[in-house]
Design a protein around this ligand. Structure first.
Ligand code: PM9
Length: 463
C-alpha cells in the first residue's frame, strides 16, 4: 500500500493588515554615507533612511483597530480621567496587584522605584542587568549584582530557562552583605540582555522562598511578562493547559510589586506603570509621580494613551497573538541556521541576538564587534539593529573602565504585528551576505562618549 503523504499544516498571524506605511529602499552608496554621518551608531540614523527597522520592539508596535478606537474616547481631564480608572481595573484584573501608578514609560517607573526603595550603599541582585534599570539603581546609590545562572552568559548553551536566578549566588550575596543591605531582588522575565530568555515558575518560587526567609522584597520587571508566560506554557511541566492570563497572574502573585514599560507587551507607542501590593510604596510612588511625571491619574500620559494601554492588556494575553510573535522570531532563527550564522540559543521572545564574538572573531572587544556588525548590516541592506555588548554595558562607575560583558551581541528585534515573513527573509539573507564577507570587516574606535547610557548617542569611526 502506498504511504499516505503527510501534509504540513502552517499557521498564520491572527490578524490582517488594514493600514500600511510605505518604507524606502536606498542604495548601498547612500547607506555608506548615512552610516558614517550617524557615527556608526544605528540610534543616530534617520528613520526615513531605514528599510526594515529592527532597532527595538519598544513603542514600535502596530496597535489594533480596537486600540485605535479607544484613542477616540480619551478623557483628557487633568484629574480623574475615566481611562485611568479603566486601566487601573485591568492592572488589578490581569497582574493581580491592588495599587497602581502610571508613568510615561518604563524608565520613569524605574526612577521612582529606585528612589523609594534604595538607600546609598545598598545592593540590588538581579537576573542580569538592564541598561536603564541598572543606571537608576546606581543613581539612587545602589550597586547592581548579577545573580543569573552561568548558562545565560554562554550564547551557545540551549538551557530552556536561561533567565533563572542562581540561588547559590543569591544566598552568597545575602551572607556577604547582609539582608538589611538588600532592599529587593529584581527579576526580569524574559531577560532582555541575555537574549530574551525566560525564568521558570519553579525558579521564581524558589527565589520567593529564599527572599521570604531573609525578609527581602521581590520586584518584577514585567515589561515582557507575557512572553515569559508563553515560554512557561511551552516548556515547563504542568503549564501546558493553563492560559497565558492564568500564568501571568500566578507569576505576579510571588512578587511584592512590579514595573512595566507598556511600550512592549501592551503594544502601545508610549506608557509605563508601577503596580504593587504595598500601600506604603504606592503612597510614596503616588507622591513622587507628581514631582517628575504629572498627576497620579495620568503620570505623563494622555487619557487616550491610557485607554490604548488598557485595551493592549486585554490583547497581550491572547495566546494566538503571542504565538505568532514568538513564532516570527523562531522562523528567523530557523532561516539563520540554514546559513550557519551564530546567534544566541535558544531563540528568545522578542529578538534574534547575533553572537558578534563568533561572527567577527578577528575583532577584539575593545574595537566593538557588535557595534561594527550592526553598522555593516545596515550598510548591506538598510536593516537597522542594535548593539548589545561592550558599548551598552558602559563603564564601571568606580574604576571608570569599560565593562567587558561575556555577551557581545547584535539584537534584531521584532516589533509586534509590524513586519511580514518576507521582511524576515530579506533580513536573514542580508545577514548571511555579511557573514560571507565577514573577514574583510574592520572594527571601530569610539570618538564621542556621553556620560549616561552611552549606547544611545556615542559616535564611532572606522579603524
Ligand atoms: N527596553 C529595548 O529596546 C528600549 C530602551 S533601551 C534600548 O529593549 C526592560 C526589560 C526594557 C526596557 C526598555 C525598559 C525601559 C525596562 N525594562 O524604554 O523606558 O526592555 O519604556 O523602558 C528597550 P522604557
Amino acid at each position: 500500500m502506498a504511504k499516505k503523504k503527510v501534509i504540513r499544516r502552517s499557521w498564520a498571524e491572527p490578524f490582517k493588515i488594514k493600514v500600511v506605511e510605505p518604507i524606502r529602499m536606498t542604495t548601498r552608496e547612500y547607506r555608506e554615507k548615512a552610516m558614517k554621518k550617524a557615527g556608526y551608531n544605528t540610534f543616530l540614523l534617520k528613520s526615513e533612511d531605514v528599510y526594515i527597522d529592527l532597532l527595538t520592539d519598544s513603542g514600535t508596535n502596530a496597535m489594533s483597530d480596537y486600540q485605535w478606537a479607544g484613542m477616540m474616547i480619551g478623557d483628557e481631564a487633568y484629574a480623574g480621567s475615566k481611562n485611568f480608572y479603566y486601566l487601573w481595573d485591568n492592572v488589578k484584573k490581569y497582574y493581580g496587584m491592588p495599587y497602581f501608578v502610571p508613568t510615561h514609560q518604563g524608565r520613569a517607573a524605574e526612577h521612582l522605584i529606585s528612589k523609594i526603595l534604595i538607600k546609598p550603599g545598598d545592593y540590588i541582585p538581579g537576573n542580569m542587568y538592564f541598561t536603564t534599570t541598572k543606571l537608576h539603581q546606581e543613581l539612587a546609590g545602589g550597586t547592581f549584582v548579577d545573580v543569573i545562572i552561568d548558562e545565560a552568559h554562554d550564547p551557545a548553551n540551549a538551557h530552556p530557562f536561561k533567565g533563572n536566578v542562581d540561588l547559590n549566588k543569591l544566598e552568597n550575596l545575602i551572607k556577604k552583605v547582609g539582608a538589611k543591605k538588600i532592599p529587593y531582588v529584581s527579576m526580569a522575565g524574559p531577560v532582555n540582555m541575555a537574549g530574551g530568555q525566560p525564568f521558570s515558575m519553579a525558579n521564581l518560587k524558589a527565589v520567593r522562598e529564599l527572599t521570604k526567609k531573609h525578609g527581602i522584597k521581590l520586584w518584577f520587571d514585567a515589561t515582557r511578562a507575557c512572553e515569559n508566560a508563553y515560554f512557561i506554557k511551552e516548556r515547563e511541566k504542568g503549564y501546558k493547559k493553563k492560559t497565558i492570563a492564568a500564568i501571568l497572574k500566578e507569576m505576579c502573585s510571588y512578587f511584592d510589586g512590579l514595573w512595566v514599560s507598556a511600550k512592549k507587551d501592551l503594544m502601545v507607542n508610549i506608557g509605563g506603570f508601577i503596580a504593587t501590593r504595598s500601600k506604603k510604596v504606592f503612597e510614596a510612588a503616588r507622591n513622587l509621580v507628581v514631582v517628575y511625571e504629572g498627576l497620579h491619574t495620568y503620570g505623563g500620559l494622555a487619557g487616550r494613551d491610557m485607554e490604548a494601554m488598557a485595551r493592549g492588556i486585554e490583547e497581550m494575553v491572547l495566546y494566538d497573538n503571542i504565538k505568532a510573535r514568538v513564532g516570527q522570531v523562531e522562523y528567523a532563527g530557523r532561516r539563520l541556521t540554514e546559513f550557519g550564522v551564530p546567534f544566541v540559543q535558544p531563540v528568545g521572545g522578542h529578538a534574534i541576538f547575533l553572537d558578534a564574538k563568533a561572527f567577527l572573531p578577528h575583532i577584539p572587544q575593545n574595537e566593538f564587534p557588535a557595534q561594527t556588525l550592526a553598522a555593516e548590516i545596515y550598510i548591506d541592506s538598510g536593516v537597522r539593529s542594535m548593539e548589545r555588548g561592550v558599548v551598552s554595558a558602559g563603564r564601571d562607575p568606580k574604576t571608570g573602565d569599560h565593562h567587558y560583558p561575556k555577551l557581545e551581541l547584535v539584537r534584531l528585534t521584532l516589533p509586534r504585528r509590524v513586519y511580514t515573513q518576507a521582511h524576515i527573509d530579506v533580513t536573514v539573507e542580508s545577514i548571511a551576505s555579511v557573514y560571507e564577507e565577514r573577514k574583510k570587516i574592520k572594527g571601530l574606535k569610539m570618538v564621542y562618549e556621553p556620560k549616561y547610557l552611552r549606547f544611545f548617542q556615542a559616535r564611532f569611526e572606522r579603524l
